[in-house]
Ligand binder design. Structure first.
Ligand code: PMP
Length: 290
């Protein structure tokens, strides 16, 4: 039997059901979900799942895709069309479809709603009769910022907070240490003109621009240190700047309500921006084979 999926107002054979490639669930993991167990054709703990779904939506300031009543009718219809007696229903709500950008899209963008169903719930009794083995692992959820994954929900929330504060970026810190920014790497210049940026650990994305700027800076005779620095140091720094593929080198003149140095772009940041720009301008066809 072919499965029937509900996607944004339509019931479709599951193999034909699609979401847009600019859906934020796909590009940013900007979505929430629930899985309900269906037993004898009815859901277990329905109200608790709906409460948790609405809580997840609220926590992410995402609009509900349907009223509770409409959602129940959709779920019932998916269970009915798939003839599920014992199985599961999967519900996913994404923030919606909008050209890729970290901050939330316009409130006019409607959340996406996907509901699918599966037959069969849980492993067979024989598995429980034998019991199962587990392995112990450090809880890394999610401490692998070095991987350029599409699991960008925390980054989008940080960027949204920056947008709402009329700021260009959010400088992220962990236990007082600046790691990076929501979509760029963070740098500071000490009073003795040493350029400092966080080392490439699990705590930051190793920016390609970061590596290029380190090389450009060293070639230009600057001292560059790859070490962690605190937010306190950044607030007292001579300069602070950001780097990224679409940011190039961006001087930071204000952190929260405090200016960086005298509140003007730093000379080293501007020099590096110009040198980076010169590097970009020097690119030729050979760049394809670099
Ligand atoms: N950190 C984060 C979290 C990013 O998303 C990005 C780029 N988008 C960067 C740093 C900068 O990396 P790159 O210079 O490779 O663009």
């Amino acid at each position: 039997m072919s499965h029937i999926a509900y996607v944004n107002g339509r019931y479709l054979p599951q193999r034909l059901a699609q979401v847009n490639i600019e859906d934020r669930g796909y590009q940013f993991a900007d979505g929430v979900y629930e899985v309900m167990c269906i037993w004898n054709g009815v859901p277990a703990d329905y109200a608790a799942h709906v409460v948790r779904l609405n809580r997840s939506l609220k926590e992410l300031r995402m609009a509900a895709p349907a009223s509770d009543g409409a959602l129940r009718l959709i779920i019932q219809e998916v269970v009915r069309r798939n003839l599920v007696e014992k199985g599961t229903v999967y519900i996913q709500v994404n923030r919606g479809v909008s050209p890729r950008a970290h901050p939330f899209p316009s409130p006019n963008v409607k959340p996406s709603l996907i509901v699918t169903a599966k037959h069969g719930a849980g492993p067979p009794e024989s598995v429980a009769e034998a019991g199962v083995k587990v392995i112990a692992l450090p809880d890394l959820r999610w401490k692998r910022c070095d991987i350029k994954t599409v699991g960008l929900l925390p980054n989008t929330l940080a960027k949204q907070a920056a947008s709402e504060a009329k700021a260009f970026e959010a400088l992220l810190h962990l236990d007082g240490t600046v790691t990076e920014a929501s979509s760029s790497n963070a740098w500071m210049v000490t009073p003795d003109k040493t350029i400092v940026t966080h080392p490439t650990t699990n705590s930051i994305l190793g920016g390609v621009t970061r590596a290029t700027v380190i090389k450009i800076a060293r070639d230009a005779g600057y001292e560059v240190e790859e070490r962690a620095f605190t937010l306190k140091e950044a607030l007292k720094a001579k300069e602070v700047f950001l780097t990224g593929t679409t940011t190039f080198v961006m001087p930071v003149v204000q952190i929260d309500e405090q200016t960086v140095a005298n509140g003007s772009p730093g000379t080293i940041a501007l020099d590096l921006r110009q040198r980076y720009r010169a590097y970009m301008d020097s690119l030729t066809e050979a760049a394809w084979n670099a």
